[in-house]
Design a protein around this ligand. Sequence first.
Ligand code: SF4
Length: 542
Amino acid sequence: MDEPTLRVMSLHALAYCERLFYLEEVEELRVADERVFAGRTLHEQLAEEGELIELTLEDEQLGLRGRVDALRRRDGQLIPYEHKRGRCRDEGAAKAAWPSDRLQLGAYALLLERATGRPIPEGRVRYHKDNTLVRVPIDEALRAEVVAAVERARALSHATTRPPVTSDERRCGRCSLAPVCLPEETRKAADPDYAASRLFPADDERQTLHVLGHGTRIGREGERLKVTPLEGGATAHPIETVRAVVLHAYASVSAQALHLCADHGVAVHWFTGGGRYMGSFLADDLAVQRRIRQYEALRAPGFQLQLARRLVTARIEGQLRFLLRSSRGGEARPAGLESSLDGMRASLGAVSRADNPATLLGLEGQAAAAYFAGLPHVLSAEVDPALAPIGRSRRPPRDPFNAMLSFGYALLLREVVQAIRGVGLDAAFGFYHRPRSAAPPLALDLIELFRVPCVDMAVVAAVNRRQFDPVADFSRAGEQVWLSDTGRRKLIEVFERRLADTYKHPVLDYSLSYRRQIELEVRLLEKEWSGEPGLFARARIR
Ligand code: SF4
């Protein structure tokens, strides 16, 4: 089978960092950040000024294709030019090109030689920030470097494992893929004393568009989503400000709007009228290598159990810490709460000895029963008794508190599914929950880390603030209790606010929103089977 030619730009990435090459060219991960956009703008400006003669070249024998920024004739010789926004490499008195720029220029020179049949003795790089022109001789050493780079790139293209992170930390600070590569977290996992920096935004500023009205129409108006409720009063949302659309009612989405969402990686999610998460639409990211790694790793029962133990430990510790911190104060704890805490401590102590998933499930169940028995004690004395929970009832919820938890967990499940798919893992292939319910097992696994901080704590705080009305915010059918329309709106607001709250990771020692924390845990989980383990499920509430 013929191999496709490599982009010359990919050799530039290869010379910068082999992992960057792998992420961009093999896994096809690209994050267009400010520097990339700045680079495009530079090229557009040059084109406008007429300085640029772009020339596209491809050669199967060399295995390369690419577009030279400019080609000029000097003293009868053809000279390829590259334009770079940054500064040149300062070597004292001498000004030099960066190794990745040299390699890129060498590759263009070889392509030109094969296309024209004429030798190319020199290339030039213009660094615009310091307005310096650097001449690069196209000698035998550089030719050999280009050939070796193509061979190395080919070898990497056939691998399913990612190359290690670069040893030059400074490169990561300038790398557009740092938010998905997480090099600092890899260094921290290898060395607990390493002080990791956060190389990605602390929050995602885009909004989640919740649509609650029956009959609402969602259409496309240029690059915006137009939301038209049945009663009128349309609103328009620029697509770059939207991270997800969540439909809670019978709303219609036009094909054009779906197309726009797919183009911009915006997920569309559906809920039933009863508040159950049904499924999602998200343009496919094939993520072949990521899924192969996931399947291979999670087929090993011992590995699954090891991850599951960590997950259950984190879950029970989270529940325990929440009850403890909510009952801190001068007064003695009620006997009922003490007995809940004792029950949870006993389950927690046995988790590390669990040698099969069934035992683990049993311990988790016992701890959950103790936790929910203790939960009413963290509600303020002023809360209407009608809003206090009576144990945990799921399908259906039998009291208002459980109705809020169930809907909150459904909202959280959606968020977790979106994070898993965004990272490129298969939500259907987990390590703890079995594939027997409608929800994807890996999402059910990961949601365990966030039930307490993202839903339980937020619901308890909202109830203690008396944000919910036990009559107007709920509807009842026999023994079943559901959130009313106003109740759902309130809970969505409580949940979205909570996701935007900032949290300081106790091991990584940097702050980020809970929304980003969910994505971070998915990426840390992936590192568990990518040769960079140790940080998954280490976060705890304080
Ligand atoms: S963040 Fe660092 S290690 Fe990761 S791809 Fe970029 S340069 Fe390489």
